[in-house]
Design a protein around this ligand. Structure first.
Ligand code: ATP
Length: 511
């Protein structure tokens, strides 16, 4: 299956099994806006819960808040979003398609990186066991040439971005002979800036209405509450404030399903620290966040760090955790060392003192900040796409199975009576009543048992409990595991304790 086919399968599976629907579908949809269905909403909540447990419940110096989506408009002046939250856009005159100029250039760089990768793989095959990758990278003339090329592009690219030089950006696209992926032509318009914030109005009459923005990130709700939280919680630096909430961006190129949406959800945490300690905290949070991802059991090679060459106006270090999505490695989470940019600017724009008094050194200062920011929807896409498998079975049949991390699965247990009679449904419902207090459990009595198993496989349900005639006589049931398809007979009590040990949050987050 090509990666494009795989991605299509992900999208259709998400719809067919009640995970994700296009928004306003009966009115032909709304571009880059999606609704989460009955199973999607559960999976999304489980992702948020897993993040909150790791971030807030397990750290006594991190608290959670829920700030409003609508905020005073000056906040977006102070944060730099009014002036600088722009994307440079460019149109291809032949295909009439619109692109982000920076993304076109970055994709070109990725292609060159792909060529380097190819050279390395070729050499690895040629030299076999004796291959010294480091040495090869340092000495292969072709690889060195590619690296030089990337460096030179980055130099021009960062300069153009820093200086807001839109002509410079267009020149880079022309010099690199970048073509439109749709028309294949180099017939480009000039580059224009486009602000990504959605505007709205507060107030009844048009004269007195106040122009507002829908927040493009949740972070600012944390910064403007820094003093409120610090004073009422009496937390001492270093400490963090976390928040999960909706954010809105009028993305120019909103493709790739829920990867880039116009309304999405973020899980952000701002960690307030003493100035000068940012390097060590930045490294610590990089490590902590990667560990969180790996705790879900998704293969390590699907993640990589990408350090930012061009830094945002507020950052002194920044990187992304990239994930191997069906369309390649792309940003899943950002980790940014934001200095004191935000708090200082809010102090300036609000004329309120925003300082922290450090009793250990008897001094007041503006704290520095390390931010971790991950999109819930991108995390959803990462786990969902990685879990969907078309598996060939020994009897030459295939099954579609969603091997979600058990802790995130929307439905944890399905209770299936073998037949719809002889007391089997009644016993099944008794077991369901016992389990439903702790887990999301479903009951299904329709269709042959094999088909019911397949349906639960496709939904990602890790455990099926089958109730048969023997269950009525001796109280034992069959537990079937989604991934191995192994079936075991055991007492209801034993089955529950097996499930409990698989869903023990401690063993997930401790790894
Ligand atoms: P990109 O470069 O892909 O536009 P970004 O660097 O602008 O992303 P941030 O501002 O750092 O993203 O936002 C933090 C996180 O929020 C991202 O890592 C991503 O997971 C998520 N995110 C950002 N924009 C979107 C979007 N349009 N749709 C879904 N998730 C998003």
């Amino acid at each position: 299956m090509t990666s494009e086919e795989k991605f299509k399968k992900v999208i259709s599976h998400a719809k067919e099994y009640g995970f994700i629907f296009p928004s306003s579908e009966i009115y032909d949809g709304l571009s880059a806006v999606y609704d989460y269905g009955q199973n999607g909403a559960e999976l999304k909540n489980n992702i948020k819960d897993y993040w909150l447990k790791a971030m807030v419940q397990l750290n006594d110096n991190i608290v959670n808040i829920d700030s409003a989506i609508l905020m005073h408009p000056t906040i977006w002046k102070a944060s730099g979003h009014v002036d600088a939250f722009n994307d440079p856009l460019i149109d291809n005159k032949d295909s009439k398609k619109r692109y982000r100029a920076d993304v076109l250039i970055e994709d070109h760089i990725t292609k060159i990186e792909g060529k380097i990768e190819k050279e390395i793989n070729k050499a690895q095959k040629r030299f076999g066991k004796n291959f010294d990758k480091e040495q090869f990278i340092k000495t292969s003339p072709r690889v060195l040439q590619y690296y030089d090329k990337i460096k030179s592009i980055y130099n021009h690219f960062s300069k153009a971005l820093e200086e807001d030089d839109l002509i410079g950006l267009k020149n880079i696209i022309e010099d690199l002979e970048i073509v439109c992926p749709v028309s294949g032509s180099k017939n480009w318009t000039d580059v224009k800036q486009f602000n990504l914030m959605f505007g709205t109005k507060l107030g009844a009459s048009s004269e007195s209405a106040m122009d507002l923005y829908l927040r493009p990130e949740t972070a600012q709700g944390i910064f403007v509450n820094f003093l409120n939280v610090q004073k009422t919680s009496r937390l001492k630096i270093p400490f963090g404030i976390a928040q999960i909430g909706k954010a809105f961006r009028n993305e120019i190129v909103a493709r790739q399903f829920i990867f880039r949406m116009r309304e999405f959800e973020q899980m952000e945490m701002q960690f307030f620290i003493k100035p000068g300690t940012q390097k060590e905290w930045y490294e610590k949070w990089k490590e902590t966040r990667l560990k969180w991802h790996l705790s879900l059991g998704i293969k390590k090679e699907n993640y990589r760090f990408h350090d930012h060459e061009k830094l945002a106006h507020y950052a002194d270090a920044a990187c992304d955790i990239e994930f191997n999505f069906p369309f390649g490695f792309k940003e899943l989470e950002g980790i940014h060392s934001r200095t004191d940019f935000d708090l200082s600017n809010h102090e300036k724009f609000s004329s309120k003192k925003i300082k922290y008094f450090d009793s250990q050194i008897n001094e007041s200062y503006t704290p520095y900040v390390i931010e971790t920011s991950i999109g819930v929807d991108r995390m959803f896409l990462a786990v969902f796409s990685n879990s969907l498998e078309e598996e060939s079975l020994p009897d030459n049949s295939t099954r579609t199975v969603l091997k979600l991390p058990v802790i995130l699965a929307p439905i944890k247990i399905a209770i299936l009576p073998l037949l719809k009679k002889d007391g089997l449904p009644e016993l099944s419902k008794k077991i369901l009543d016992k389990l439903k207090w702790d887990y999301k459990v479903v009951y299904d009595e329709k269709d042959a048992i094999g088909r019911r198993y397949r349906r639960q496989d496709a939904l990602g349900t890790p455990f099926c409990i089958t109730v048969d005639h023997q269950s009525v006589s001796d109280g034992t049931v069959t537990i079937r595991y989604r991934d191995s398809m192994v079936q075991e007979r055991a007492s209801v009590h034993e089955v529950i304790s097996k499930i409990q040990s698989n869903l023990n949050i401690k063993s997930w987050l401790k790894t």
